[in-house]
Design a protein around this ligand. Structure first.
Ligand code: XMP
Length: 513
C-alpha cells in the first residue's frame, strides 16, 4: 500500500522537527521542506495534507519568508501553526498586527467549535503560546474555533476549503491534547491512513540495499553507537558477508567498549569485523596537546587516515554505509542555513574520507533517532546499544581537560564506569540524555585515613535534552549523587573530590571541550 504523507513547510521554527515526529508517532509519514519549495516538488510529493510551521519572523518584516499562493490552489488540507497561520491569514486577505509584546508560555484555550480539529476535546485546555504578532482580522470564509483571554483568533477555520490555523503550538508537550489535535487534522480532515510502519520500512530498505549493492562489497565504520550499529546490522541482513565493518579503537573509548563491540558484532551477529587497535598512535599524537580544538583536529585527521588505509585493503568495495539521520539532512538543506557559528569541530566517526570515491548507503536519511532505536529493537540489537547515551567521536579526550595521558585515561575510565553502573542500577540511565565524568586538570587537598592527599577532581555531568542542541542539567537525587561521589573517591586511585556540574546549554555546552 502506498504510504500517505504529510508535508511540513518550514518557516524556521524551533519546533518544526517536533511536528514531524508527532505525525510519525501517529503512524503517518511526514517530511520537512524549506518554505521556498517549488510547486513541482510539492506535486511530486503528493501529500495528503500540508502543515505550515511557526517561525521567528514577523509577516510584515522586509525579508519575511513568504508562502507561494499556488499552494492554496492544490485543494490539499492545510494547517498553519503560529507564523504559518499568520502568513495564511495575510495572503488570504486577513490582517496581522505587529506587537512588541511577546505572548509566551501556557494559556487557557476555550474551544468554540468541537467539529474537525477539536473533535472530542474538552471545553477548555491548556495550550502553549509563543508569538509576537496576532491575527486581528479574518479573511472572508473563516470562523473562530477557539480563543484565549488575550487572543480572539487563537484557532480559525475555513471548513469548506479545509484551511485551518492555530496560534498556539499543538506539537509541544505543554499543550494538553495536542496530539489529539494533530490526529484530528491527519485522520478527520486529511483522511490519512495510519500506515507508516517501521517493520515495512526495514523490509523495504533491505530490498533496496540488495538491489543497489548487487555483488559489490560495502564498508561500514562502526563506532558502537546506535546509528552506525543499527545501520550495520540492517545492511548485514541485506548482503551478509559482503558487508565489511571497520572498528578503530582510538584508545579513547570507555571501559570494556572495544571488547563489547567485538563480542556483539563479531560473535553475536557474525558480522565481518575488522578491528584496528590504534590506541598507541592516538596517544602519541596527543602528547603535550592541551587545546580542545587541536585535540579534536588531531583525532579527526588521524581517524580518517587510519580508516582510509584499512578501507583500501578491502577489495571491490564500492559503497560506504553511514548512519546519517533526518535532522542532519534537514539542517544541510534548510532555507535558513545551519548553525551559523562553529562552536566545536564535530568529527563524526564514519565521517566520509572524500577521495575514496565510494557511493553512500544511508538507510536512515529519513528517520529520527527514536525511530532508529525502534529499528534497533526490531533487529534485536542488545539494549546496551539501543539506549546507549551519545558518545563523541573524540571520546574521552574531550572529557580530560588538559593533556591526555595513559594515567588520566585510566582514572577517567574507572570513574565513568562507576557512574554508569550506579545510574543504571538506580533506573535513571534511560531518562537522561547523557551522564558522564570529566577529569579536571587540577589537584586539590583531601584527607584519607588521617593522611593528607593531593589528588584529582572529577566533575559529574548529567543532562536532559531532546536533541543535544540545548540541554538542562539533570536534577539528580542527592542520594544518587552521594553514592556516586563515595564510590568514586573510595574506588578510584588518584581522585579525592567529586563535583557536580549545574550548567545548562546554553551558555555551557554538554561536553566540556
Ligand atoms: P556539545 O558539547 O556541543 O555536544 O553541547 C552536543 C552533543 O554532541 C555530542 N558531541 C559529539 N558527537 N562527535 C560526535 O559524534 C563529536 O566530536 C562530538 N562532540 C560533542 C555530545 O556528546 C552531545 O551529545
Amino acid at each position: 500500500m502506498k504510504k500517505d504523507k504529510i508535508l511540513i513547510i518550514d518557516f524556521g521554527s524551533q519546533y518544526t522537527q517536533l511536528i514531524a515526529r508527532r505525525i510519525r508517532e501517529l503512524k503517518v509519514f511526514s517530511l520537512i521542506e524549506p518554505c521556498n519549495i517549488d510547486m513541482d516538488k510539492i506535486k511530486f510529493i503528493n501529500p495528503k495534507g500540508i502543515i505550515l510551521s511557526g517561525g521567528p519572523h514577523s509577516v510584515y518584516q522586509k525579508n519575511a519568508p513568504q508562502l507561494n499562493k499556488e499552494i492554496l490552489e492544490l485543494k490539499i488540507p492545510i494547517l498553519g501553526i503560529c507564523y504559518g497561520m499568520q502568513i495564511l491569514m495575510k495572503i488570504l486577505g486577513g490582517d496581522v498586527k505587529e506587537s512588541q509584546q511577546r505572548e509566551y508560555g501556557k494559556a487557557q484555550l476555550y474551544i468554540d467549535d468541537h467539529t474537525d480539529l477539536f473533535f472530542s476535546l474538552p471545553a477548555k485546555i491548556i495550550c502553549w503560546m509563543s508569538h509576537m504578532d496576532k491575527v486581528v482580522k479574518l479573511p472572508i470564509g473563516f470562523t473562530v474555533s477557539a480563543h484565549t483571554d488575550n487572543t480572539v483568533f487563537a484557532a480559525v477555520a475555513n471548513k469548506e476549503k479545509k484551511i485551518y490555523g492555530v496560534q498556539f503550538h499543538p506539537e509541544v508537550i505543554h499543550t494538553q491534547n495536542g496530539l489529539q489535535i494533530i490526529s484530528n487534522f491527519l485522520f478527520r480532515i486529511c483522511e490519512c491512513f495510519a500506515n507508516w510502519q517501521l517493520e515495512d520500512f526495514v523490509n523495504q530498505q533491505i530490498k533496496k540495499i540488495k538491489e543497489k549493492v548487487k555483488n559489490e562489497n560495502v564498508i561500514c565504520g562502526l563506532s558502537g553507537g546506535v546509528d552506525s550499529s543499527t545501520a550495520a546490522v540492517l545492511v548485514h541482513k541485506a548482503i551478509g558477508r559482503r558487508l565489511k565493518c571497520i572498528f578503530v579503537n582510538n584508545g579513547l573509548l570507555r571501559k570494556n567498549e572495544a571488547t563489547n563491540v567485538i563480542d556483539i558484532f563479531s560473535k553475536n551477529f557474525k558480522i565481518n569485523l575488522h578491528y584496528v587497535d590504534a590506541s598507541k598512535l592516538f596517544l602519541n599524537k596527543l602528547k603535550g596537546i592541551t587545546d580542545p580544538e587541536e585535540k579534536r583536529k588531531i583525532i579527526g585527521h588521524l581517524f580518517i587516515d587510519i580508516f582510509e588505509k584499512e578501507a583500501k585493503k578491502i577489495k571491490n568495495a564500492k559503497f560506504l554505509v553511514q548512519g546519517t539521520l533526518y535532522p542532519d539532512v534537514i539542517e544541510s538543506t534548510s532555507f535558513f542555513g545551519g548553525p551559523t557559528a562553529r562552536i566545536k569541530t564535530h568529527h563524526n566517526v564514519g565521517g566520509l574520507p572524500l577521495d575514496m570515491k565510494l557511493k553512500l548507503i544511508e538507510p536512515f536519511r529519513e528517520l529520527f533517532k527514536d525511530e532508529v532505536r525502534e529499528i534497533a529493537k526490531i533487529l534485536k540489537l542488545p539494549e546496551q546499544i539501543i539506549y546507549r547515551h551519545p558518545f563523541p567521536g573524540p571520546g574521552l579526550a574531550v572529557r580530560i581537560i588538559g593533556e591526555v595521558t595513559k594515567e588520566r585515561l585510566e582514572i577517567l575510565r574507572q570513574a565513568d564506569y562507576i557512574l554508569e553502573e550506579i545510574i543504571k542500577k538506580r533506573g535513571v540511565y534511560k531518562e537522561l540524555w547523557q551522564a558522564f565524568c570529566v577529569l579536571l586538570p587540577l589537584k586539590t587537598v583531601g584527607v584519607m585515613g588521617d593522611k593528607r592527599t593531593y589528588e584529582y577532581v572529577i566533575a559529574i555531568r548529567a543532562v536532559n535534552s531532546l536533541d543535544g542542541m540545548t540541554a538542562d542539567w539533570a536534577h539528580l537525587d542527592a542520594d544518587i549523587l552521594s553514592e556516586i561521589s563515595n564510590s568514586i573517591t573510595n574506588k578510584v586511585r588518584g581522585v579525592n573530590r567529586v563535583v557536580f556540574d549545574i550548567s545548562s546549554k546554553p551558555p555551557a555546552t554538554i561536553e566540556w571541550e
